[in-house]
Design a binder for this molecule. Structure first.
Ligand code: SF4
Length: 132
């Protein structure tokens, strides 16, 4: 998986939607649910989301989050200057934590990884909203 601080558009080469018609990513309402299904298995979902958040991209589904969800996240976390840096930092911390060890009990892993706005939290929020 490429690092978030790699050249800004390198991640696009690994995008699951790279061969899709761009118009399919900029849909409205319930159709956004279908787009998010594509994003769920995308290897560069975090990079995509960070790009959209850092560049205040207003329309379309990016990183599995709709424009409305991203707007809410930006409003809730106005202090974040670089989502790319924040998400990369969270990913590195998660990789170095006991949660990355499959032998650590899940409850302990959850306790040990409690921190604000990790990449996992951002994704979970998108998934939660998707389910609702
Ligand atoms: S997360 Fe979704 S929109 Fe972003 S690159 Fe991957 S498939 Fe495309």
């Amino acid at each position: 998986m490429p690092a978030l601080d790699a050249p800004s558009t390198d991640w696009r080469h690994s995008a699951r939607c790279r061969d899709e018609d761009p118009d399919t990513l900029f849909v409205q309402g319930a159709q956004q649910r279908d787009v998010r299904e594509v994003c769920k298995a995308c290897p560069v979902r975090t990079e995509c989301l960070a790009h959209a958040l850092d560049n205040r991209i207003r329309f379309g589904v990016w990183g599995g989050m709709t424009e409305r969800e991203r707007r809410a996240l930006l409003k809730r976390r106005p202090e974040v200057i670089s989502w790319a840096a924040l998400l990369e930092s969270a990913r590195r911390a998660a990789a170095a934590s006991p949660a990355a060890n499959p032998h650590v009990p899940a409850a302990r892993a959850r306790r040990d990884t409690a921190r604000p706005a990790t990449a996992a939290e951002v994704r979970a929020e998108g998934d939660r909203r998707h389910a609702g």
